[in-house]
Design a protein around this ligand. Structure first.
Ligand code: FNR
Length: 184
């Protein structure tokens, strides 16, 4: 049975390029892994005070959803040279209670994108920093900074159609699948 990957997307936009890219990666991976899209943009803002009695039910549902997966894939735009707030909020929720974080020991990969040339470099490294701190096992290479992204790089079937991007995504998909498999 294929392993399940929690996909955490950094953009709340309906017509998001991040969503298209995540889908393009999923199609490149095919049936080698099962992608589970985790919705994060309706999660209440994290506040440790609210953990004292009972954690907010939406936080617990999110934690359980991530915990039930075998690995993590972050796909995100960069906002102001860092991680979009909604995704950072989800990471903060998943990191607590202290010592019981849901990301620990899970294989994780980070893909960032931008319509500009820098490919979300700042966001990519802030995500890596948080995930290393939270004891996820972060894939080092290939580094995935997808620059100059546009909707016309995808076909109507959702697959990446641009030849340069397709090569990048296919290579990443093969490495990610093999690497998740290797983590046992
Ligand atoms: C951006 N964008 C952006 N791009 C970038 O390369 N570096 C940046 O620091 C920022 N900052 C930023 C802040 C805010 C608040 C917004 C709304 C946007 C542009 C944005 O990341 C880019 O267009 C993405 O390709 C959009 O991705 P989605 O939303 O289509 O998935």
């Amino acid at each position: 049975m294929p392993k399940t990957i929690a996909v955490l997307r950094g953009s709340p936009r309906a017509d998001s390029l991040t969503k298209k890219l995540a889908r393009g990666i999923e199609l490149a991976v095919g049936d080698r892994l099962t992608f589970k899209d985790i919705e994060i943009h309706d999660l209440p803002l994290y506040n440790p005070d609210l953990e004292k009695d009972a954690a907010h039910p939406a936080w617990d549902a999110f934690r359980a959803a991530v915990k039930g997966c075998d690995g993590l894939l972050f796909v995100s735009p960069e906002w102001n040279r860092s991680v979009p707030g909604g995704l950072k909020n989800a990471i903060d929720i998943g990191s607590r209670p202290y010592g019981q974080g849901v990301f620990q020991k899970k294989p994780a990969a980070v893909v960032t994108q931008s319509t500009g040339g820098t490919g979300g470099f700042g966001c990519n490294h802030h995500l890596r920093q948080s995930m290393v701190h939270l004891d996820a096992i972060v894939l080092g290479q290939p580094e995935m900074y997808v620059g100059n992204l546009s909707a016309d790089k995808f076909g109507e079937d959702g697959r990446v159609s641009d030849s340069g991007l397709k090569k990048l995504i296919d290579g990443f998909a093969d490495t990610f699948v093999a690497w998740v498999d290797k983590q046992g």
